[in-house]
Design a protein around this ligand. Structure first.
Ligand code: NAD
Ligand code: MG
Length: 394
């Protein structure tokens, strides 16, 4: 039990992307612990009705809607309830600096996470990081800033949460390597010919996790694991060769750390994002779970396979970008975001995604030592290039 109950300071949380898969699950966690957590800010891109119902239920101090044409509607409903309403992406960068926020959960999708995360770090807010794209694009800069501002970055991504949990108490012990597990996605057992013909519907059917559309497609192409290699490199200050990937179809072992003595620690549990979310919000304290407990008897077999670079070229491309460094992971990310968006609109085929990414990398300008503005400019250039290549093939 915590010391007394009378004056525990509740952790005041801003959820960026509260209407998404991670955002809604974070609210479920917060609801379980009303004495520990309080919702200070909620933000969404355009799902105004869900944002309204969340605001009515969790009574944040303020909300932000990115799509500005929704502002008046939102304001009319929430202002009488004493909830401040802001609109536009610039408002996200400002709201995270609000004095009353203790922790920012970055649960929005894509490159849009970078700017508000940087502002939150500069304002000294603890970060619960779900938005992996931030570290993919600008991991070096973001981790350096976090160090300077003494801000903890606690991963929410299940694999990185697993590694983080395995490393607690191991400060003096250097990591030999980490092993990220991958479910292999819906096309793990399909041949290259079959993968060439898959539909959007099939790609959206993830075997183990229910997630937002973008990351579900990233899981099917295995770009998600490519992004996670880069995310892990920066989060845990590793060399690229120290990050391995193993396909583990049951998604029970969430990832592993091998230490210098050869000992391996794994973190396990049923695939349920509420666990890593809850761990990040409550860190360093583990909270009584709201999750179903794992039973070994239900899983008599746990399997492991090597990822196949022939059928899933994105893993190789992501590794190449990481080793080239500079703005290359950012270009990879931008091209992937545009290609996935086009696939989600059924404008391109599944196998066009890696082709478009490689074409964009070939055509982009390389910046070996980017500063913040270079990441922004490079993202824009890469998006335009990918869009132009999509026009050619459609
Ligand atoms: P989602 O699509 O379900 O939700 C995205 C949220 O971000 C929504 O609230 C949306 O309104 C908001 N958003 C979208 N575009 C925005 C923009 N341009 N500016 C501001 N807000 C915007 O996505 P998700 O599955 O919840 O994933 C969120 C992030 O968490 C991603 O970076 C993803 O890679 C990461 N992640 C998700 C899971 C998962 O299980 N869903 C697991 C690990 C990591
Ligand atoms: Mg993950």
């Amino acid at each position: 039990m915590d010391k007394g109950t009378q004056s525990i300071h509740k952790k005041r949380i801003a959820i960026l992307g509260s209407t998404g898969s991670i955002g809604t699950q974070a609210l479920e966690v917060i609801e379980q612990y009303p004495r520990l957590f309080e919702v200070e800010v909620l933000t969404a891109h355009s799902n105004v009705d869900l944002l309204i119902s969340q605001a009515k239920k969790y009574k944040p101090n303020a909300v932000v809607i990115v799509k500005e044409d929704q502002y008046n509607y939102l304001q009319d409903i929430l202002d009488p309830l004493g909830i401040k309403v802001y609109a536009g992406s610039a408002a996200l960068e400002q709201i995270v600096q609000m004095g009353s926020i203790d922790m920012v959960l970055t649960a929005m999708v894509g490159f849009a996470g970078l700017a508000p995360t940087i502002q939150a770090i500069q304002a000294g807010k603890a970060i619960a990081l779900a938005n992996k794209e931030t570290l993919v694009v600008a991991g070096e800069l973001v981790m350096k800033m976090a160090m300077e501002h003494q801000v903890p970055i606690i991963p929410v991504d299940s694999e990185h949460s697993a590694i983080f949990q395995c490393l607690v108490g191991e400060d003096i012990n250097p990591v030999g390597k980490i092993i990220l597990t991958a479910s292999g996605g819906p096309f793990r057992t399909k041949t290259l010919e079959e993968i060439q013909k898959v539909s959007l519907k099939e790609a959206l059917r993830h075997p183990n996790w229910s997630m937002g559309d973008k990351i579900t497609i990233d899981s099917a192409t295995m770009m998600n694991k490519g992004l996670e290699i880069i995310e892990a490199k920066w989060l845990f200050n590793l060399r690229a060769e120290q990050v391995e990937v193993v396909v583990h179809p049951q998604s029970i072992i969430h990832s592993l750390v091998e230490f210098e003595d050869g000992s391996i620690k794994a973190q396990m549990g049923l695939p349920d994002m509420r666990l890593p979310i809850q761990y990040a919000l409550g860190f360093p304290k583990r909270l009584p779970g709201i999750n179903k407990q794992f039973s070994f008897i239900d899983y008599p077999e746990l399997n492991f396979e090597s990822p196949d670079p022939q059928r899933f070229p994105n893993l190789r491309i992501a590794r190449e970008c990481l080793s080239k460094g500079g703005n290359w992971p950012g270009v990879l990310n931008a091209a992937n975001e545009i290609a996935v968006e086009a696939f989600l609109k059924e404008k391109i085929r599944f196998t066009d995604i890696p082709i478009l990414i490689e074409k964009t990398l070939e055509a982009s300008s390389f910046v070996p030592h980017p500063v913040y503005q270079d990441y922004i400019d490079s993202d824009r250039e890469a998006r335009e290039l990918t869009r132009s290549f999509i026009k050619i093939i459609t």
